[in-house]
Design a protein around this ligand. Structure first.
Ligand code: TRP
Length: 324
């Protein structure tokens, strides 16, 4: 029997890239055997910034769910669902909004930066981390696998749980972040891999697309041709070798001496990335165009999530004395 609960969430950005895979998804796949797990595709969160772009949302959700299954998330072990299919998240968010001082939200570090950067000033955007707290606490989750950028949101979640417990009696655990170490995954321009930078390599890419993208990838700027001495420690191609090439140390010396050129080095990397992704891509191609199957799977996940969330909400209404 699994006695601890994990809630994880991801915004529906569509097809996942290697950064999403190495940074989150691979870890989720490992956790599903040891925890009771809920994997939430947070469509409401995506509306806090992309409220005017809802047309492609369904496709982005399906593409992402397809990648989840291809990478090995198993719907029999882990409830995969769309946030807005479990209305209890919204109800808990509303109740939390009554007990959360505005200043707690205004001081969340991502808020001011992002508000400026994206020109967002909506009520919903300010409430982003509070909705996240509701996502987590509506399952009474014990642990939340996240990257360190999310730590302030987990801290807020703990504060809200503590305040609720103080006001109405012990109801929620204080969930912990499950920080897992994962490698930095550079994109083909050397910056952090990101869909919005258009520098990503996707799970769904064909081996040929992958080769084409890697051919264009930035390398050590001082190594212009074979023969020039390279510096693997600053080379983004080498950063990917570290993840995908088992004996990557063997490349260091020939790169530094100039014996190994970038073209050959990239060829090796391409082979290794394609080899690693082969089984995932194979599974993905079997699932592609099975929209109905994916939607049914998400509906079933929502049904299981709702079962737990509605029981927690009954307790919440009871302790708040609004269980009419
Ligand atoms: N804010 C998270 C991110 O950008 C997404 C998210 C929403 C989330 N709700 C969550 C993550 C609950 C973990 C738990 O990555």
């Amino acid at each position: 029997m699994k006695d601890e609960i994990i809630l994880s969430g991801m915004q529906p950005t569509g097809q996942l890239h290697l950064g999403n895979y190495e940074g989150a998804l691979k870890n989720w796949v490992n956790l599903q055997d040891d925890y009771e797990m809920y994997c939430c595709i947070v469509d409401w969160h995506s509306l806090t910034s992309d409220f005017d772009d809802t047309e492609g949302l369904k496709d982005r959700i399906i593409q992402m769910a397809t990648d989840f299954l291809a990478a090995g998330l198993d719907p029999s072990k882990c409830a995969i669902f769309i946030q807005s299919e479990v209305k209890e998240h919204a109800e808990l968010h509303l109740l939390f909004s009554m007990i959360t001082p505005l200043s707690w939200l205004e001081r969340v570090p991502s808020y001011k930066d992002k508000a400026k950067e994206l020109g967002l000033d909506s009520y919903g955007f300010l409430g982003y981390p509070l909705l996240q707290a509701a996502d987590i606490l509506v399952y009474r989750a014990d642990k939340v696998p996240v990257g360190k950028d999310q730590l302030p949101h987990i801290e807020l979640t703990r504060e809200v749980a503590r305040r609720f417990n103080f006001l109405y009696g012990d109801t929620f655990p204080e969930p912990k972040a499950l920080l897992t170490k994962f490698p930095v995954v550079p994109g083909i321009d050397g910056r952090k891999m990101s869909k919005s930078y258009e520098n990503d390599i996707r799970i769904a890419d064909s081996p040929e697309d992958t080769a084409k993208k890697l051919k264009k990838m930035f390398t050590d700027p001082e190594k212009l041709r074979r023969g020039d001495a390279g510096h693997p420690d600053i080379c983004p191609v080498y950063a990917l070798h570290k993840i995908y090439t088992p004996n990557h140390q063997e490349i260091v010396q020939p790169c530094e001496s100039g014996e190994l050129g970038c073209v050959d080095c990239k060829k090796r990397l391409t082979e290794n990335i394609n080899k690693t992704l082969e089984p995932i891509r194979q599974k993905r191609s079997e699932l592609n165009n099975r929209q109905d199957y994916i939607m049914d799977m998400l509906k079933d996940g929502a049904r299981r999530a709702r079962k737990r969330a509605s029981a927690v909400m009954e307790d919440v209404r009871k302790v708040m004395r609004i269980d009419w």
